[in-house]
Write a protein that binds this ligand. Structure first.
Ligand code: SF4
Length: 276
């Protein structure tokens, strides 16, 4: 059974997406290099295989290379989820020997759609950076993330054409889920299960890359997250409208969470998130 752990590598995200699933966008502190290594060792003991650094933007931190080197020394499959705000060609080249996956958000086929969900100018910058990344680091596997909402579901077939040109390894389309800081914006973003199923049918498959459209169950007993300050959390409780927290990794948060998680769902997540 394989597992992925997600760590918020920075204490603040500089974007303000209205549908954001993050428990909070800002933390009081971020783990030091040594603390990340301690967490990674604990996760290794608990048989996690993939260590994903998320943000906002893990490129924000100047010690990203050291973090990835440490993770590789523990034989992790490494992944960075980045909105590319702080990405530069130089930074990517410096980490390229230690990075397996780069996951990038794209929510529309043009700037009107994408920028209406992210921020003005983000679409053009992101597409240009993806083209550059594929050229300078062709061995880093690219995964595109899309959040399906009221704003983009009608143009998703046009998006499929654009993603086909980008040709990532995986395109994951998450249904907007009213969690985290995005919970209050559900009127603006929410789509029904019926629409989601229709889109799933229309999107179909691709002969070039894997298309994954997980259902809402993914928010329960599947994703395990660690906040930038070391608090372990997951399992969204729809009644309480919040994620469950398990204490910090030093307070055995990982072990406590795993007692409630589904190893089967975590393993499935690993396979769909890595295409393995
Ligand atoms: S969705 Fe990602 S990029 Fe957007 S605000 Fe949330 S953490 Fe930041």
């Amino acid at each position: 059974m394989e597992k992925i752990i997600f760590l918020y590598h920075t204490k603040k995200c500089y974007m303000n997406c209205g549908f954001c699933y993050a428990k909070t966008r800002a933390c009081n502190k971020e783990l030091t290099q040594k603390e990340i290594f301690d967490l990674a060792q604990i996760c290794k003991k608990n048989k996690f295989t993939v260590f994903a650094l998320t943000g906002g933007d893990p490129f924000q931190r100047t010690d990203l290379k050291k973090t990835l080197m440490n993770l590789k020394s523990l034989n992790y499959i490494t992944r960075v989820d980045s909105n590319l705000i702080h990405y530069t060609e130089k930074k990517l080249i410096s980490v390229s020997n230690y990075l397996d996956w780069l996951c990038i958000p794209l929510d529309g086929h043009n700037e009107q759609v994408h920028d209406s969900m992210r921020s003005k100018g983000h679409f053009i910058k992101t597409v240009n950076k993806i083209i550059e990344i594929k050229k300078i680091c062709p061995d880093i596997k690219i995964k595109i993330h899309t959040v399906l909402t009221k704003k983009n579901y009608k143009s998703v077939m046009k998006m499929k054409k654009m993603i086909t040109l980008i040709n990532p390894k995986i395109w994951t389309i998450y249904k907007y889920f009213p969690a985290g800081v995005g919970e209050k914006n559900k009127v603006q973003f929410s789509i029904s299960d019926k629409i989601y199923k229709q889109v799933k049918k229309a999107i179909g498959k691709s002969s070039k890359f894997l298309i994954d459209m997980p259902n809402d169950k993914i928010h329960d007993k599947t994703f395990l997250m660690v906040e930038a300050n070391g608090t372990v959390y997951g399992r969204y409780d729809a009644k309480l409208k919040r994620y469950k927290t398990y204490g910090t990794y030093l307070e055995k948060g990982i072990e406590k969470a795993l007692k409630e998680y589904s190893l089967k769902r975590m393993d499935k997540l690993y396979h769909t998130e890595t295409g393995d």
